[in-house]
Ligand binder design. Structure first.
Ligand SMILES: O=C(O)c1ccccc1N[C@@H]1O[C@H](COP(=O)(O)O)[C@@H](O)[C@H]1O
Length: 227
């Protein structure tokens, strides 16, 4: 069994200094800033710049984008010192590689999971994505492709074959995160809706509760299966 402190947590959709402070004080490893206008967590570039300046050293700042074009990436990165990009759209492996080369930043590739075939798509990104984030698959007509508070069938992760580090996301809460870690072997977890008091509004007390629950969970020592 791994130590509780081995679990890394990303609090996504940070929009206020209070939420940022709660994430930092509670021991989050990553915070996510959403750059997707359809999302209730969308940040304008200058809002993100102000928040990023308040993030303590060692707290990785992740920029979440959905199928960004180069202009969208440049507009943010010219003003906001991000550490990692999260690509949460239908980006191809070639586009992920292109974005990494252009920005010089590592990339988390988010994959929507509803079936074993969805999970198998991770193979296509081997050697390209630095990390994966497995989230519930959005409905084809969904207005926003994530941050819905919906979970997927965690038993699908038993079929995962990857050496790329991965996050479990989708519908996690302070109440279920320890069970999720225990059942999936996740070493990294990501949450948005589950630490909000209303859609898009983070609750510092829920952020603290989530971090405490995640860090108190016990994950298997290894979550890497096969090649
Ligand atoms: O958070 C959003 O608004 C969002 C918008 C577009 C794509 C992804 C988004 N969020 C990501 O989805 C996961 C899971 O969310 P939840 O915990 O189920 O609400 C979230 O952590 C973000 O990485």
């Amino acid at each position: 069994m791994s130590k509780a402190t081995d679990i890394k947590v990303k609090i996504c959709g940070i929009r206020t200094p209070a939420a940022l402070a709660a994430a930092a004080e509670g021991g989050a490893a990553f915070v996510g800033f959403v750059f997707h206008p359809a999302s209730p967590r969308h940040l304008a570039v200058e809002e993100a710049r102000t928040l990023a300046a308040e993030a303590p050293a060692g707290l990785a700042k992740v920029g979440l984008f959905v199928d960004p074009d180069d202009a969208a990436l440049d507009a943010v990165l010219s003003r906001v010192p991000l550490d990692i990009l999260q690509l949460h759209g239908a980006e191809s492996p070639a586009r992920v590689a292109e974005i990494k080369a252009r920005t010089g930043l590592p990339a988390i590739k988010a994959l929507g999971v509803a079936t074993a075939d969805d999970l198998a798509r991770a193979r296509d990104f081997a050697g390209v994505a630095d990390m994966f984030l497995f989230d519930a698959k959005p409905a084809p007509d969904a207005a926003v492709p994530g941050g819905t508070g919906l979970a997927f069938d965690w038993t699908l992760l038993a079929g995962l074959r990857t050496r790329t580090p991965w996050f479990l996301a989708g519908g996690l809460t302070p109440q279920n995160v320890a069970e999720a870690i225990d059942r999936t072997g996740a070493r990294m977890v990501d949450v948005s809706s589950g630490v909000e008091r209303s859609r898009g509004l983070k609750d510092p007390a829920l952020i603290h509760a989530f971090l405490k629950a995640a860090r108190g969970a016990r994950a298997p020592a290894e979550n890497v299966h096969g090649q």
